[in-house]
Write a protein that binds this ligand. Structure first.
Ligand code: BTN
Length: 242
């Protein structure tokens, strides 16, 4: 395992992606940065870090035989690795919010951005970007839903120790993925999925509110919500908020 530690970079994901295009990158190479000037979040959002207080890193992972249609299991494995590590810290009401946000007491603690290199219908390698709010105490008013481990448990955590714990778990989840133990990853993921089986309010992409309950994730990675009339609808990332 090779860890590259940087003081500042545009984005650890972009750095690793460029590295993999221009040279051979070993499986499980990690890039960690104290600052990101153009941190990338899901759906083209920005990921802003509070210099040196949070964990900001990307992991390069190679695959021999991972079909694009099975990419949701990679997302399950990565979010479970982060979830299980944070769960050791006894954070209250910890859950994975579909697809792969980590929440504690309904606020976002960590985000994941996975960028894949494809060949035909296979994922040959992925850059797995993980941002965890660890010791940050002040958040911008634009991020009312963000929190940190320190804000919740009132204690500082050593970033290197936390990183190491996550990497150990990530390795074992990736092994499950290599062994195609998809059913086990799905079972673990669904057991900690935020609002699963809880009647809740959702908003669709036309800003229409509706009631339903999350019952699972479809074959193609969409969120399955059972509506009040018991029909099941599937939603992609930009199609629903809750
Ligand atoms: C999200 O929007 O929830 C995903 C956030 C992912 C942020 C991490 S920080 C390390 C890596 N580098 C990036 O530019 N983004 C990811």
């Amino acid at each position: 395992m090779k860890i590259i530690k940087l003081d500042a970079i545009d984005s650890t994901n972009s750095f690793l992606k460029n590295l993999s295009v221009n040279s051979t990158v070993q499986d499980f190479t990690i890039v960690m940065a104290k600052e990101q000037t153009s941190g990338k979040g899901q759906m083209n959002a920005k990921w802003v870090v509070d210099g040196g207080k949070n964990l900001t890193f990307s992991v390069f992972s190679c695959f021999d035989d991972l079909e694009i249609s099975n990419q949701k299991y990679l997302s399950f494995g990565v979010s479970l690795a982060v979830f299980e590590t944070l769960n050791e810290l006894k954070l209250p009401k910890l859950a994975i919010k579909w697809p792969n946000d980590i929440l504690s007491v309904n606020k976002k603690l960590a985000g994941i951005l996975i960028e894949n290199n494809l060949k035909g219908n296979k994922i040959t390698s992925s850059v797995i970007g993980i941002g965890i709010n660890v010791n940050q105490e002040i958040f911008s008013k634009d991020l009312p839903n963000a929190t940190s481990i320190k804000k919740i448990v009132n204690k500082e955590f050593d970033l290197d120790i936390l990183l190491n714990e996550i990497l150990i778990r990530l390795k074992s989840k990736l092994e499950l993925l290599h062994k195609k133990d998809y059913a086990f990853l799905e079972k673990q993921y669904l057991s900690v999925l935020y609002k699963k089986n809880v009647p809740s309010m959702f908003k669709n992409n036309q800003n229409i509110l509706f009631m339903g309950k999350i019952i699972g994730v479809s074959e193609n990675g969409k969120l399955q919500i059972e509506l009040e009339n018991e029909t099941i609808k599937e939603f992609g990332l930009k199609e629903v908020s809750f």
